[in-house]
Design a protein around this ligand. Structure first.
Ligand code: BG6
Length: 297
């Protein structure tokens, strides 16, 4: 029996070239593409999408979708900026791993009165599977939706006989009506690597505000409030001690794929991560779960 046979609110539909799981629950809607296990939309009834999506995002085979929540796995960022045990498994210079353009399987759908949960899986068994990576692991992403918000939980199980080193992120794009009036509260006092200033370690004083291009790896992952005019989102992470805060600013925006030149003033990324010193090593058979929950304050 197929996972969707008994579903009342959940269907498989096409989004451009991609198969997508579309949930139309009376209390909320959500859309997840099988390519990338990529959440592109979540909206409680009567609300707009909680996630920022680029108007130029492409739903094409093999192309990373600009917006939503890309799953960066089994490495985060540029391979040569990763800790040695992670870098040594990677045989490409592409950033953010291969999971965001790989086709995941739909493993389960559970519909309850007020919630819908999906689990998608990706078996990555190294060079044999055609991935530019010499590890062996299984990724499993559970997405839980309710009228109050959503939780994404990404579990990695080391299916090899060797220890496995991993960096990763749930790369959440959020909309804002006005970036200059947006702050992130909860990171005051945290150390961060400023990738735009030669990766120098710095310390956050007060709330994080945006004045242009920002690209930082905070070595902390507290509960956060992302406050912008007319909006206040609460973000809770699990299994994480690092958070990436990113906005491309005007110059990088002009270079970015599938991103309008002026769109940087209307979005920000707060990425729940295991990055830099927060990389994880899994012993054979061991698992680790990275999770993020978004809720309205
Ligand atoms: O263009 P990509 O591969 O989706 O990456 C977007 C951004 O992702 C962020 O996580 C990085 O910190 C940035 O440096 C990067 O530009």
């Amino acid at each position: 029996m197929h996972e969707l046979d008994n579903a009342r609110h959940t269907r498989l539909e096409m989004a451009g070239e991609l198969e997508a799981i579309r949930i139309r629950h009376p209390l909320f809607e959500a859309t997840v593409t099988l390519q990338g296990a990529h959440l592109v939309q979540f909206a409680p009834a009567g609300e707009r999408n909680w996630l920022w999506m680029s108007p130029q995002a492409r739903f094409e085979k093999g192309v990373a979708i600009r917006g939503g929540v890309p799953v960066c796995w089994p490495w985060f960022g540029a391979p040569d900026r990763n800790p040695d045990p992670v870098k040594s498994l990677v045989s490409t210079d592409k950033a953010h791993g291969f999971a965001r353009t790989a086709v995941w399987s739909l493993d389960s759908v559970e519909e309850l009165e007020e919630t819908v949960s999906l689990t998608l899986g990706l078996d990555a068994t190294g060079t044999g599977a055609g991935y530019p990576w010499n590890g062996q692991a299984r990724a499993s992403l559970t997405l839980n939706f309710s009228p109050e918000g959503l939780t994404l939980a990404l579990t990695t199980r080391n299916t090899s006989g060797e220890p496995l080193a991993l960096t990763q992120a749930l790369h959440t794009y959020l909309p804002t009506e006005q970036l200059s009036g947006t702050v992130i509260r909860g990171l005051s006092g945290a150390r961060y690597l400023d990738t735009l200033d030669d990766w120098k370690p710095k310390q956050q004083e007060g709330a994080v505000a945006f004045e242009g291009e920002t690209d930082r790896i905070y070595l902390a992952a507290s509960d956060m409030d992302i406050q912008s005019p007319g909006d206040d989102v609460h973000l809770t992470s699990g299994g994480s001690q690092s958070t990436v805060v990113w906005n491309p600013g005007p110059l990088k925006a002009a270079r970015l794929t599938d991103f309008p030149d002026d769109a940087w003033t209307g979005m920000l990324c707060v990425e729940t991560a295991n990055a830099a010193d927060d990389y994880r090593t899994l012993q054979p058979g061991a698992s680790h779960t990275l999770s993020v929950t978004l809720a309205r304050n």
